[in-house]
Design a binder for this molecule. Structure first.
Ligand code: PEP
Ligand code: CO
Length: 398
């Protein structure tokens, strides 16, 4: 018979306890020594964000959950190693300001800002292999894992890339903090996907609590939400705000089980439920989930990601239609209203650059026009004009 203590030690969370669970969407590193060396250096490296700031975001998110604030979350689908940091941070901060100016007048609550930046480098992929003609190579998984170029050399996962992502993120977070000095902060966020990286950057505070210092907020991706999986295990132990992407097929019981595992204490503002069903499925699927979280008395916030459920293919390119994005947001707001839940915010993929990746809304009108400045290394982003137009539309809906 196991003693209680032994049993407890087996099940207790630690930053590395995810290793005893199945980890989906991880790179197949081939050099164990190189990986171990990176992990050791990252464990000794500077935190990217300060736990005190992560705690401040928890407070702010508690206000979102109570209906006393509105969350604007957005940024690139994926950051890249060749991003021009100073320019990018300044223009994203300015884009948040422009969106605020559109939304704030129709809100009677303050805005909370969270960027997809300073760590948004790892991408889950639907297919592990990319095929072009007769050539098959591992899929691109984000600059923190492998290269975008279509060659065996580029696509080989290299753990050393984690060091570069860390260094770039330190610079990005510091630049962003400086850009907002004396104003309301823009917090950082990314998908908690690459677990060796997250584990190595997890730090303990004086009270013995564990914080991810890779970003202020981490979210659980739609493809890695297995209840007994490694990602849920890792995210269940950190104090940071944790998002849960809620997409097609997620059952109310499943969401309640995830919430229970990620935050058994049901702390205000700890969890953010991010609806990403797509314009055609949101009306059918979201009401039951909102009803379930409400009936269970969960103190998480509800927001909408109108991007990931509205992705189409045009040849080899992905595209998203502005009209579908607006439609999903409108449905989200109407459903939340009907269910007595605060429509807490938006989660967008957007760029401050004049990119042409989404159709309509003042952007390109045809697939041909999309070719002019299609620059994303992963999913299509709203450009600045489309993002501001969307903010105006959302203001009218609210
Ligand atoms: C993302 O936010 O970039 C993403 C991959 O989302 P999801 O897990 O909802 O598909
Ligand atoms: Co994306």
């Amino acid at each position: 018979m196991k003693t209680l203590a032994a049993n407890d030690a087996e099940t207790r969370w630690s930053p590395s306890s995810w290793r005893t669970h199945r980890a989906d969407q991880q790179p197949a590193y081939t050099d164990d020594d190189a990986l171990a060396s990176v992990e050791a250096r990252l464990a000794a490296a500077a935190a990217i964000v300060d736990p005190a700031e992560c705690a401040a975001l928890r407070e702010a998110m508690a206000e979102v959950a109570r209906g006393e604030a509105f969350l604007l979350q957005g940024g690139d689908c994926a950051e890249n190693f060749d991003d021009a940091i100073a320019e990018r941070v300044a223009s994203l901060s300015a884009l948040f300001d422009r969106m605020d100016a559109a939304i704030a007048p129709s809100l009677d609550v303050p805005l909370v800002h969270v960027a997809r930046i300073g760590g948004q480098f790892a991408k889950p992929r639907s297919a592990p292999i990319e095929k072009r003609g007769s050539v098959e190579l591992p899929a691109y998984r984000g600059d923190i894992i492998n290269g975008f170029g279509f060659s065996a050399h580029d696509r080989r996962p290299d753990p050393e890339r984690m060091m570069r992502a860390h260094l770039q993120s330190v610079g990005t977070a510091a630049t962003l903090a400086a850009a907002r000095a004396g104003r309301d902060p823009v917090f950082t966020s990314h998908e908690g996907l690459l677990l060796p990286y997250e584990e190595a950057l997890t730090r303990r505070d004086e009270a013995g609590r564990w914080w991810a210092t890779s970003g202020h907020m981490l979210w659980l991706g739609y493809r890695t939400n297995a209840l007994d999986g490694a990602h849920v295990d890792y995210l269940s132990g950190i104090e940071n705000v944790v998002g849960i992407k809620c997409g097609p097929g997620l059952e109310p019981d499943q969401l309640l089980a995830l919430a229970e595992k990620l935050d058994p204490a049901n702390r205000a503002g700890k969890l953010v439920f991010i609806a990403r069903f797509g314009a055609s499925q949101v009306r059918e699927q979201l009401p039951a989930l909102m009803r379930a979280t409400k009936a269970a008395g969960l103190k998480g916030a509800w927001t909408v990601d109108p991007m990931h459920g509205n992705t189409e293919k045009a040849g080899e390119r992905k595209l998203r239609r502005y009209a579908a994005i607006v439609s999903e947001i409108a449905s989200f707001i109407a459903i939340a209203r009907a269910e007595g839940i605060h429509a807490g915010g938006l989660h967008l993929e957007m760029s401050a650059e004049d990119v042409t990746e989404c159709l309509g809304g003042g952007g390109p009108e045809t697939v041909e026009e999309m070719g002019r400045a299609y620059r994303t290394s992963c999913d299509p982003r709203l450009n600045a004009r489309q993002a501001v137009a969307l903010a105006e539309t959302v203001a009218a809906l609210l």
